[in-house]
Design a protein around this ligand. Structure first.
Ligand SMILES: Nc1ncnc2c1ncn2[C@@H]1O[C@H](COP(=O)(O)OP(=O)(O)OP(=O)(O)O)[C@@H](O)[C@H]1O
Ligand SMILES: [Mg+2]
Length: 252
């Protein structure tokens, strides 16, 4: 069974069909690319997969379980994590706390335990600190755990967002243009990190990215959207040589 199976997914905004009859099958462990021109419906597809929008048509099966109708919190608990096209960190919290927030869906203690600082509080907090630091290490952010998120340079904020999404312990991680605004060196480094987390954390990744070369270098399979519908789907070699894809990108 595929980890994610999307069938005939669609949503309309007024008269606009932002996503239309989209089908997608992602196997466990795959690094899958999602590309397409501006306004193609990429972010909308992520919003459908995470319950931000409810589809007008179609089903979304995660491990065979339909996610349609579930809330964003329920879908996060089911195992779909994401980052946003525009960074959404808790700017006035430290790097460490940004990651710990995401761990609270797994490590719970009662309100009383928290207020009274009962032993369980210290056990859980210390466990969360360890987990959060391990994740930060992967992104080379562990030395900056006390820095406020707002004081991090831009590229590191992007990394922290991915670290926080990872902390929700997803089976499927959705990354919406993680390299946006990064310079070529930062981008290359980030792509290595993305490959590493796929291998190290044994998760499946769906990645939106504008740079076709970059996607081809890292993804095994690519879905191309255009005007909300599938323009192409296949391996990078096939997709990037598809005349329809080239035309859509060059706007001929
Ligand atoms: N909440 C909404 N209400 C109305 N229209 C919307 C809404 N969200 C998205 N759209 C429209 O749906 C279409 C797809 O938008 P979307 O943000 O998914 O594109 P995208 O592929 O992510 O583009 P980009 O590469 O610029 O990020 C656009 O025409 C957009 O204006
Ligand atoms: Mg987008």
């Amino acid at each position: 069974m595929a980890l994610l199976e999307v069938k005939n997914l669609g949503i309309s905004f007024g008269g606009l069909r932002a996503v239309d009859e989209v089908n997608l099958q992602i196997e466990k462990g795959q690094l899958y690319g999602l590309i397409g021109p501006n306004g193609a419906g990429k972010t909308t597809l992520f919003n459908l997969l995470t319950g931000v929008y409810q589809p007008t048509d179609g089903v979304i099966l995660l491990d065979g379980v339909n996610m349609v109708g579930k809330t964003t919190a329920e879908i996060s608990m089911s195992g779909i994590g994401r980052t946003f096209q525009n960074i959404r960190l808790f700017k006035n919290m430290t790097v460490l706390d940004n990651v710990k927030v995401a761990l609270h869906n797994q490590e719970k203690y009662s309100l009383l335990t928290g207020i009274m600082r009962l032993p369980m509080y210290f056990i859980k907090e210390s466990k969360m600190n360890d987990t959060a630091r391990n994740i930060l290490k992967v992104f080379d952010l562990d030395k900056m755990e006390d820095t406020l998120a707002s004081n991090l340079p831009y590229g590191k904020q992007r990394k922290l967002e991915i670290a926080r999404a990872l902390a929700t312990n997803p089976k499927l991680l959705l990354l919406d243009e993680p390299a946006a605004g990064m310079n070529p060196n930062e981008t290359a480094e980030l792509m290595d990190t993305i490959r590493l987390i796929r291998d190290k954390f044994d998760i499946t990744i769906l990645l939106i990215e504008h740079d076709m070369k970059l996607v081809a270098g890292i993804c095994e399979q690519i879905l191309v959207l255009n005007f909300g519908t599938e323009l192409a789907n296949g391996t990078p070699e096939v997709v990037l040589h598809d005349p329809a894809v080239i035309t859509a990108y060059l706007g001929e």
